[in-house]
Design a protein around this ligand. Sequence first.
Ligand code: TYD
Ligand code: MG
Length: 475
Amino acid sequence: MGRSTPFYACQSCGAQSRQFFGRCPGCGSWNSLVEQSSPAADGRRRRATPAPPVDGAAPRGRRSEPIHSVGERPLRRLATGFPELDRVLGGGLVPGSLVLVGGDPGIGKSTLLLQSARALADSCSVLYVSAEESAQQVKLRWRRLGPEQGAEPASEQDGLQLLAETDLELVLQELEALRPAVAIIDSIQALHDAELSSAPGSVSQVRDCAAALQRLAKRQDTALLLVGHVTKEGMLAGPKVLEHLVDAVLTFEGDRFASHRLLRAVKNRFGPTHELGVFEMRDRGLAEVTNPSELFLGGEGPCAGTATIVACEGTRPLLVDLQALVSTTSYASPRRTATGIGINRLHQILAVLEKHLGLPLSRFDCYLAVAGGLDVEEPAADLGVAAAVVASYRDLTLPAGTVLVGELGLGGQIRPVGQLELRLQEAARLGFTRAVVPRSSGLAPVAAALGLELLEAAGVAEALVAALGVDPAAD
Ligand code: TYD
Ligand code: MG
């Protein structure tokens, strides 16, 4: 493609074409193609120099080596000052790694990273690049996040360097001059490469800036934390473009009206994914929530239409309250809304209950909500949803201290779920005494040792009779 030929790049998936399409042929999104200058502009220039061979191990002319002779270095980890963040990262920040922290604007990404920078700077050198806020603003926030004024003399943190800059070239120069152990770029969308004609935040800019930063950071073993905003559609800008480039993708989410925030690893080359960290936004920054189950239990005790499940987020079991409201519909087709659970799952569970318990739920509206704004994606929540719905429909209260765990098959069977033992332990730890679980769990001895009454069920009717103590299908 010649330099003068215009081409179009999708702002969602990065696909390129010579022709303009209203709908991207790559990912199918509408109106996402934007005219760019030559595609060669992306790949050419300065940073094309190959990295020097590591340890000089390979003889001249050969770049591969037998795998057994590859030197192994123990993976070091840097503590970020937040054990919750360390856990989500898989045990701390790996030097030389590239981590993308995504989330809605205003959720607390800058706060999280500035607090971590503060803690990291006690043991290593940190460069905080603020491309969105002025140095003054960051300083003010840094003060706010530190110890109370007057509590101790303002400590001189020489380990933490601040750069308010949006030009990629200058950021790269600073990184090269300082060679910090950790660099934080807040945010990648606000950086721009003057050599590209596209606007800051566009896919080619984001990809180019991230790739240039990554090359330099890997070369000098700097751990890079990139802040990425989530677009209106709920995706990290240029998601496909950045996600394969980085070593880990963390998402920071939460209800802006509630104070707690959830940090999740959706990709992690150095640790497990789906690990969950829970934080609370206070007036002096983020604080860790060490006992998050308490956050997701409604706290008002048993009431009609409430059921407690044990969700598992990564290796962390969480007790979560579900609430259902079932009421006679006044619409031609009944209303169904679900907060924190997929609406299709709710439809499916309602259909199973209608078919296998003979409940006329299609004549009722059904609202379902997960307490604490958590999103429960696991099918292990199905049985809890079914119990909450039936309890509300029958105006029944589940006996206190009951948890339910199980996936619901379309045939009304209760399917086994993973990590059941871990879930039972958490339930017992929080004082629950009865657990309704799938048949043949093999966990009777464990439950007995935990002081839990284990109610195993093969089908949904049996499970609900066990949970509620009455037959919900009987008139
Ligand atoms: P911020 O970190 O700027 O969000 P992001 O970088 O993800 O856009 O967080 C901004 C919000 O957090 C803002 O609404 C104010 C609130 N906040 C507190 O409640 N307490 C604090 O100590 C700080 C620094 C911010
Ligand atoms: Mg910010």
